[in-house]
Design a protein around this ligand. Structure first.
Ligand code: EPU
Length: 442
């Protein structure tokens, strides 16, 4: 079944949207439930595909997952956890990147794990070498098998002194989820310290873990023998908030994002202000709007927290096509996160990609043939076109470009957006958008 979304552009997005728990925390907190010996409760859970994938993976491993029909809160009871049939695990190959984080918790509760080949957005190679290296350092034996990897810890898992070559979010989470029940002390240098990681640490601390975050990206974990369940409200999705903020700017609109949290968006808000966007913060959310006048170009570099997040880059590039002058964006987290600009160029955007590091600091991708810097000249009037969505954030960027464009766009592949944006079609309609979604049988 192929769905085609028809969007008539030229309408400012006006109104209110609510964001719920972060896509980049909720599935990981769900995995953490496997580490407890009593049920866990997770609140503020969004209805997104990654949550469905992890629910299904937990269920086939014997965790009873129940959803409150009114609040959507999840209760996860791991007391009957069991090894899952590999046929059922295989069915999840390619669905998401979260399964790799099951390694530590499954080894702690069952002594072994089989992890299907990973999916996720196509924004670079996305290797798992850091994950496998830290697991080996904990004493795990990792073997590649058809359809996935098999992993066991015949001599148990023990704490280790670790250092990541790059502050990877996923590898830091891998260490946290494995070290908290490993024997002895783990010290991780070069850790990622994104707000979603701090929230995962809060979850683990509620379960009984002993984790301290020290200066200079060092995290120290004292392993404990057992953990219990948690009751936690997930932090809001700052990437969704930033996406709606860019949508307001691109369409000359005015969107109140209920749930947006200023503290997790500091770097984004500074940039938003610098390019001419306006925002008002109150206790429940943030109003983002285009205050009129020209948007200003800027030079921007993505980076790990507390820098400007790579996930904010793609929607913001659409806003930069509307700025008066030349902007430069240097993507330093993923080597291939500008593929989405091809559709923007077909819509009339003036964007050139470069292999060089066009930023103040050379990054890992310089001299390596990756088109990871973009020069964007504006303003241009975008025109509607046919678009096939390539990845989650790139796809959202295409949607907001189509909403700002002159004429009609036909968008396919919108299922990808369900991975990370809860009920986005309903939200768009609530903001006054004229869209039509048709599904044609094959
Ligand atoms: N990397 C390696 N080897 C590894 C792991 C990572 O080389 O074993 C590299 C990656 O290829 C990348 C860099 O390290 O170049 C950073 O990757 P990281 O591990 O930090 O990313 P991730 O954990 O796979 C999460 C989010 C991404 C977000 C990044 C960066 C989830 C499920 N995904 O990915 O979110 O962009 O952190 O903050 O949490 C999105 O939401 O659209 C999204 C892609």
């Amino acid at each position: 079944m192929d769905s085609v979304m028809t969007i008539r552009g030229g309408v400012p997005l006006n109104g209110k949207v609510a964001v719920r728990g972060a896509k980049n925390l909720v599935p990981k907190a769900m995995v953490a439930a496997l580490l407890g010996n009593t049920p866990s409760i997770l609140r503020n859970v969004p209805e997104i595909k990654d949550v469905d994938v992890v629910t299904s993976l937990l269920t086939i491993h014997g965790v009873e997952v129940t959803k409150d029909p009114v609040t959507g809160d999840l209760t996860m009871d791991p007391q009957n956890a069991k090894t899952a049939p590999s046929r059922e695990i295989d069915a999840h190959a390619g669905d998401s990147r979260i399964p790799i984080l099951f390694c530590g918790p499954l080894m702690h509760s069952l002594g072994e794990a089989f992890i299907p080949d990973l999916g996720g957005c196509k924004i670079g190679d996305r290797p798992i070498d850091y994950h496998l290296q830290v697991l080996r350092n904990f004493g795990a034996v990792v073997e590649k098998r058809p359809g996935g990897i098999s992993i066991s810890a015949p001599k148990g898992l023990h704490g280790a002194k670790l250092e990541l070559p790059y502050p990877s979010v996923g590898a830091t989470e891998q260490v946290l989820l494995t070290a908290c029940r490993a024997q002895g002390i783990t010290e991780l240098a070069g850790a990622a310290v994104e707000p979603e990681i701090m929230d995962l640490i809060a979850v683990l601390q509620k379960m009984g873990a002993i984790i301290s975050v020290q200066t200079d990206r060092v995290i120290r974990i004292e392993g404990v023998e057992e953990l219990s369940g948690y009751n936690h409200r997930a932090l809001p999705d700052r990437n969704e908030s930033a996406s709606w903020a860019s949508a307001a700017l691109v369409t000359h609109g005015d969107i109140y994002v209920e749930g947006a949290d200023q503290q997790d968006l500091t770097a984004f808000l500074n940039t938003y202000r610098k390019i001419g966007g306006a925002f008002d913060v109150n206790d429940e959310g943030i109003r983002f709007y285009h205050p009129g006048g020209d948007l200003k170009p800027l030079v921007l570099e993505t980076g790990v927290h507390p820098g400007f997040m790579t996930d904010w880059q793609q929607p913001l590039v659409v806003a930069l096509t509307q700025a008066n002058g030349v902007s430069i964006v240097h993507e330093t987290v993923y080597e291939n996160r500008f593929g989405f600009t091809e559709a923007l160029i077909r819509m009339g955007a003036n964007i050139q990609l470069h292999r060089e590091c066009l930023g103040s600091v050379p990054c890992r991708f310089g001299q390596r043939n990756f088109q990871h810097s973009a020069v964007i000249s504006g303003p241009v009037q975008l025109k509607g076109t046919d678009i096939d969505i390539p990845d989650l954030r790139g796809g959202f960027s295409h949607l907001i470009a189509a909403l700002a464009a002159d004429g009609v766009s036909h968008v396919t592949g919108i299922e990808l957006i369900n991975r990370g944006y809860e009920r986005f079609q309903e939200k768009l309609e609530g903001l006054g958008v004229d869209i039509d979604l048709r599904t044609s049988g094959v």
